[in-house]
Design a protein around this ligand. Structure first.
Ligand code: PAF
Length: 283
């Protein structure tokens, strides 16, 4: 596996990979876990070469968020990626990604307004801008993202359609189902912030979500099922709920009840200072 740190060396390396087949791209912020490695394995099935980026993007963190505490484990991540047969690791530093005078922001309205967009102002502008840059830098045939960040995936797909991106084209942005721990908790780099007691409480989240989905499927009004879900989480030791909502799976518009189009249950909740998100299909 080759590691590159400048846009110029990245371009050269990707160009030479492309001469021998297709390129799949997996953007990450590092602190890799089984969820990321599942994306890499899926990418390997779909393309001749896999490029992974590791960049903890400062512009998607709010002023009081965990940018400084966010785990950074480049050596270990690099070993994991090498073992998975990744061809190229793109690991720019902040100055390479955002050169002096950087002044452009991509803002995807609508789909990023609710949920994490509302509870983390500016977050999706940071995500859309860095992902657009990463796409332009790597110019892959396809890119893979975890469905755990469902709203992020919707924002990125909208951006790719709206900006007529060709590498990757919006249709080549692939969502990969969430990888879960044995007790159902969605894998996340932030799970490692949890104490043993908090980790136990966190497992209540996917269970309570399944209960709410079953209640909605049985005809209970969504508002009632969501109120019960919130009460269960607070009773289990969660400190606050950012949102628990039923939404159209694509537009992310809030729904009172599931209709014809696919719907999604989306939750963000905090245990102590750790913010966990999850989402599941409804129906
Ligand atoms: O999902 C992530 O890890 C990040 O939001 C991403 C897509 C790599 C952009 O920084």
């Amino acid at each position: 596996m080759q590691t590159v740190n400048t846009v110029e060396s990245l371009r050269e390396a990707v160009e030479s990979l492309r001469e021998n087949g297709t390129v799949a791209f997996v953007p990450t912020m590092g602190a890799l876990h089984e969820g990321h490695l599942t994306l890499v394995r899926e990418a390997r099935k779909r393309a001749a070469h896999v490029v992974v980026s590791i960049f903890v993007n400062p512009t998607q963190f709010g002023p009081n968020e965990d940018l400084d505490a966010y785990p950074r484990r480049m050596a270990e991540d690099s070993r994991l990626l090498e073992a998975e047969g990744v061809a190229l690791l793109w690991a720019p530093d902040v100055a390479e990604m955002y050169p002096a005078g950087f002044a452009t922001t991509i803002s995807v309205t609508g789909v990023s307004d609710n949920f994490c967009g509302a509870s983390r102002p500016g977050h999706f502008d940071g995500v859309a801008t860095v992902v657009c840059k990463l796409f332009n830098q790597v110019r892959p045939d396809m890119a893979l993202f975890g469905e755990k960040d469902w709203q992020q995936l919707a924002v990125i797909r909208r951006m790719a359609r709206d900006l007529d991106l060709s590498r990757p084209h919006a249709r080549d942005i692939v969502g990969v189902p969430t990888v879960r721990e044995a007790d159902g908790l969605a894998m996340s780099s932030r799970n490692q912030y949890l104490s043993a007691e908090q980790r136990q409480a966190a497992a209540v989240l996917p269970r309570a979500m399944r209960t709410a989905i079953a209640a909605i499927a049985a005809g209970e009004p969504a508002a009632q099922a969501l109120a019960a879900l919130e009460a269960t989480l607070l009773g289990a030791g969660f400190s606050s709920i950012d949102y628990a909502a039923l939404a159209d799976a694509q537009s992310l518009e809030v729904l009172d009840a599931p209709g014809q189009a696919p719907a999604r249950l989306l939750v963000a909740a905090r245990i102590g200072s750790t913010r966990l998100i999850d989402n599941m299909a409804v129906g």
